[in-house]
Design a protein around this ligand. Structure first.
Ligand SMILES: O=C(O)CCC(=O)C(=O)O
Ligand SMILES: [Fe+2]
Length: 297
């Protein structure tokens, strides 16, 4: 049977290598990395070289080749990957649609008035010095480049009015998304800025115990005209299930961050923000959002 790795093309994957004796090591590998394929091949019982497995060794370069993790194939007990990867090609039946779920989303144009949008831009520019780097929250030493952007968590002058608008839109949005209305415990809100070469790699918004009650993600886009940046599209991947677990599918939807528009989608859907190109590099020319999550009880 042919070995098959199901994943988003050329995506970085967090790989926890479990070895005999309870040892484990976490490394980051690309989905197209030969080492990742060999690890998974060994785990799935299909070593790529048909030689004596016990005498084969892994030598995995670490820290740009300054160090290496070496162990015999025979001591490899398991591999935990994030996002999940499928080891074997599902049955053809599985691929033929029944378990692929199109991710619903809705983008509403002209969400605020022109005057309100301008007020938001002016407000964001005044607050430039209190925006903080998102990296310490989301990036780890193993994955230093998961996210690059700037965020403001407190902006009470704006957020209350914005949340009122959001609550008003909820019944319409939920029905368009085909989601059941649910009792709302909290709506999180933040103001972000993506400048030159800023991005947010593949993730979903409710995959940890702290975020598990997030049901709905929203992102409102605003910026100066003429549009001072390119890129920064939001990519929402369709979903598929295998053994009751959600995986990102290969198919996806591209959302242009249109000025004064807002997008909503279920928080469990995998998504990413493509890199922004902002030639001036001026904060004022950023791709701004008010975005956040609606939580159930
Ligand atoms: O900026 C966007 O379009 C989406 C941001 C996002 O995915 C997040 O903050 O979790
Ligand atoms: Fe997100």
């Amino acid at each position: 049977m042919e070995f098959y790795l199901e994943a988003i093309a050329n995506q970085k994957v967090k790989v926890n290598i479990l070895l005999n004796g309870g040892h484990n090591y976490t490394i980051w590998l690309n989905t197209n990395s030969a080492i990742l394929h060999s690890l998974l091949a060994v785990i799935s019982g299909k070593p790529q070289q048909q030689t004596n497995v016990a005498t084969q060794w892994f030598h995995i370069p670490l820290e740009n080749g300054q160090a290496a993790l070496s162990f015999p194939q025979s001591s490899l007990v398991g591999v935990v990957t994030e996002p999940p990867l499928l080891l074997q090609k599902p049955d053809t039946e599985d691929l033929q649609g029944t378990n692929i779920l199109t991710s619903p989303f809705i983008q509403i144009d002209d969400f605020l008035s022109e005057a309100e949008k301008t007020q938001l831009i002016n407000y964001s520019l005044e607050k430039e010095s209190v925006f903080v780097d998102t990296a310490p929250l989301t990036n780890t030493s193993y994955h230093p480049d998961h996210r690059k952007s700037w965020v403001l968590y407190q902006f009470p002058e704006i957020s209350e009015i914005f949340l009122q608008r959001l609550r008003k839109a909820m019944p319409f949005v939920m029905s368009k998304l085909g989601m059941e209305l649910f009792p709302i415990s909290q709506i999180e809100v933040q103001l972000t800025a993506h400048n030159d070469n800023n991005y947010f790699r593949l993730h979903n918004d409710n995959g940890t115990p702290e975020t598990a009650t997030r049901e709905l993600t929203y992102s409102y886009y605003f910026y100066r005209e003429p549009k001072p940046f390119s890129g920064g599209q939001l990519i929402i991947y369709d979903r598929k299930t295998l053994n009751s677990t959600w995986y990102p599918s290969e198919s996806y939807h591209t959302i242009e961050p249109r000025n004064n528009s807002i997008v909503f989608f279920p928080s469990q859907c995998y998504h990413e923000v493509l890199p922004v190109t902002c030639v001036s590099k001026a904060f004022a020319d950023s791709r701004f959002t008010i975005n956040g999550w609606v939580r159930r009880f």
